[in-house]
Design a protein around this ligand. Structure first.
Ligand SMILES: [Zn+2]
Length: 459
C-alpha cells in the first residue's frame, strides 16, 4: 500500500465534504498570495548579509523555545539540547547529537502546531516525506545540512521563493539599525522594515532602565534626564525608525494598564524611575502613562501601536538564572482590558488618525472584552490569535469568539511573530487554511445566502 505523504493536501480543512469543498475553493484564491509579515522576530543581519543557516539543530532546535520547552517539560536537560548557559559552563556542542536527542522525543509534538510547521518545512522545502524518528535522524540531518549550504537556500533566495512582500523585525530604540541601513543601501528588491519596541526605555523594571534612558539621550542629542527631554528623545528616535521604513511600534507590557496623568505627576514618576526607587504600583503607572504617550506620538508620525500584554516573563527562576531570557518560561496571566484601557480611550479612543492593535494571551477576554471594544472604538483593532493560540484550535476559537461582534474588518490580518525564518510560509498557510474553513462553516450555519455560496465555489 502506498505510504501517505507527510502533508495531506486537505490538512486542517473541515471534515464535512460539502463544507470542505468550499474551503478548498476559497483556499485556491489565497494560497499563493504574497506574505505580508507585519510583526516578527527575525534578525535583520540575516537579510543584510544574505546568510545561509548552518545546520538543522541550530536552525530548528536551539533558538526555538517552543521546541525545547516541550523536551524540557519531559525531563530533558537544556544543556543536552545545546542551549547556552549564562555562566559559560559547558553544554552539548555536537549538533548531530542534539538532533538525535530531538528525534528520540519527536512523539512529544503530536497534536502541536510545532509539528505541522516543522513537517511543512521538511516536506515543502527539503522534499523529505518521512516522519522524523531515531532510525532516520542521521539521514534527515544530512539531507537538510547539504541543502542548507546551497545558494538557493540563502535567506534572500528563500525570501523570494517564499513570496514575501514585506517583513518587519522587532528592534530596541537603542539599536543603531545598521543592518537595516545596509539592506536599504543594497540593490536588493526585498523589503525588511524595523519596528520600534521601546520596552528597554519605557519599562522602569527593564534591566538597566536608567542607563538605557541616558543612552537614548546620547543617540538623539537630547537631555533625556528631564521628563520633557525624555519625551523628545523618544519622538526623535521614532522618527529615525520611520526613515528606515518602520510602520509600527510594539509594547510587551505585563498588563494592559494605561494612564493619563498630569505633567507634575509624570515628572515625579520619571525622576523616581531614573533613581530606581518606584514602587510596583508606580512602575505600573509609569508604563501605563508611556502607552498613552506613545499613542499621542503616533498621531504625529503615523506609526501603528501594537500592544502585547499579559505574559509573566521568566516564570521559572531557575531556568532564567541559568539560561537567561526567552527560554520558554513565559506563562500567560489573566488579563483585563476594559478598565485598564479606559484612560487611553478617554483621551484617544475616538481618534480616526491612529490605530492601536490589541493582542491577548487570555482567550476568555476575546468575546467578553476585546470584540466589544474593537467593535466600538475607532482607535482599536484586534490582532490575530497570538503565541500559545497561534494554532489551529486557537485560531478557530478566535474567529468564533470575535466575528459576530467585531466583524472581520475590526480584526487585522495574520502575523507570524516568529524568529524561525524557515517556518514563516507554513505559519501563514495554516492561518489561510483555518480562515478558509471558518468562512463556509460560519456562513452555512447562519444560512446566509446558502444557495449562492454552495454554487459560487463552482464558478
Ligand atoms: Zn512578538
Amino acid at each position: 500500500m502506498p505510504r501517505q505523504p507527510l502533508l495531506h493536501e486537505d490538512r486542517l480543512f473541515p471534515a464535512d465534504p460539502g463544507v470542505r469543498d468550499i474551503a478548498r475553493s476559497l483556499y485556491r484564491h489565497v494560497k499563493d498570495l504574497p506574505i505580508v509579515s507585519p510583526h516578527g522576530h527575525t534578525d535583520p543581519r540575516w537579510y543584510a548579509e544574505d546568510i545561509n543557516f548552518s545546520n538543522p539543530s541550530e536552525l530548528f532546535l536551539i533558538p526555538d523555545h517552543y521546541v525545547f520547552r516541550m523536551l524540557y517539560s519531559q525531563g530533558v536537560a537544556l544543556e543536552d539540547l545545546g542551549v547556552p548557559r549564562v555562566d559559560g559552563q559547558a553544554v552539548e556542542t555536537d549538533p548531530r547529537k542534539i538532533w538525535r536527542l530531538f528525534a528520540g522525543h519527536y512523539h512529544l509534538f503530536r497534536g502541536t502546531p510545532s509539528r505541522i510547521w516543522l513537517e511543512s518545512v521538511l516536506a515543502g522545502l527539503f522534499g523529505i516525506d518521512e516522519r522524523i524518528s531515531v532510525d532516520n535522524a542521521d539521514e534527515i540531518y544530512n539531507q537538510i545540512e547539504v541543502s542548507l549550504s546551497k545558494p538557493e537556500f540563502s535567506v534572500r533566495s528563500l525570501y523570494k521563493k517564499y513570496n514575501i512582500e514585506v517583513i518587519s523585525t522587532t528592534d530596541s530604540p537603542l539599536d543603531d539599525l545598521a543592518y537595516h541601513q545596509a539592506i536599504q543601501q543594497d540593490r536588493w528588491e526585498g523589503r525588511v522594515v524595523p519596528c520600534f519596541r521601546p520596552d528597554p526605555v519605557v519599562n522602569p523594571d527593564y534591566q538597566g532602565f536608567s542607563d538605557n534612558v541616558l543612552r537614548l539621550g546620547e543617540l538623539t542629542g537630547t537631555d533625556s534626564s528631564t521628563w520633557r527631554g525624555y519625551l523628545k528623545a523618544l519622538a526623535l528616535r521614532r522618527e529615525f525608525f520611520v526613515t528606515l521604513g518602520a510602520t509600527a511600534t510594539d509594547h510587551g507590557h505585563p498588563t494592559a494598564a494605561t494612564r493619563d496623568l498630569g505633567e507634575a505627576v509624570c515628572e515625579r514618576l520619571f525622576d523616581k524611575a531614573l533613581k530606581g526607587i518606584l514602587s510596583a504600583g508606580e512602575a505600573e503607572d509609569f508604563r501605563g502613562q508611556m502607552l498613552t504617550e506613545m499613542v499621542r506620538m503616533s498621531l504625529d508620525d503615523g506609526l501603528v501601536t501594537q500592544l502585547h500584554p499579559g505574559s509573566f516573563r521568566n516564570h521559572n527562576d531557575f531556568v532564567y538564572r541559568r539560561f537567561g531570557l526567552d527560554k520558554g518560561a513565559d506563562i500567560p496571566t489573566a488579563t483585563e482590558y476594559v478598565q485598564a484601557l479606559r484612560p487611553l480611550l478617554q483621551r484617544f479612543g475616538n481618534e480616526t488618525r491612529a490605530t492601536v492593535i490589541l493582542f491577548t494571551l487570555d482567550e476568555t477576554t476575546l468575546g467578553r472584552e476585546l470584540a466589544p471594544l474593537v467593535g466600538h472604538y475607532p482607535l482599536l483593532k484586534l490582532g490575530p490569535a497570538w503565541w500559545f493560540f497561534d494554532s489551529p484550535v486557537g485560531m478557530r476559537n478566535y474567529r468564533r469568539a470575535v466575528t459576530e461582534t467585531a466583524g472581520f474588518y475590526n480584526t487585522v490580518g495574520f502575523n507570524d511573530d516568529t524568529r524561525a525564518f524557515l517556518t514563516i510560509p507554513a505559519r501563514h498557510d495554516m492561518a489561510r487554511r483555518i480562515d478558509c474553513s471558518f468562512w463556509p462553516n460560519w456562513l452555512l450555519s447562519t444560512n446566509w445566502k446558502r444557495r449562492k455560496l454552495m454554487n459560487w465555489h463552482k464558478t
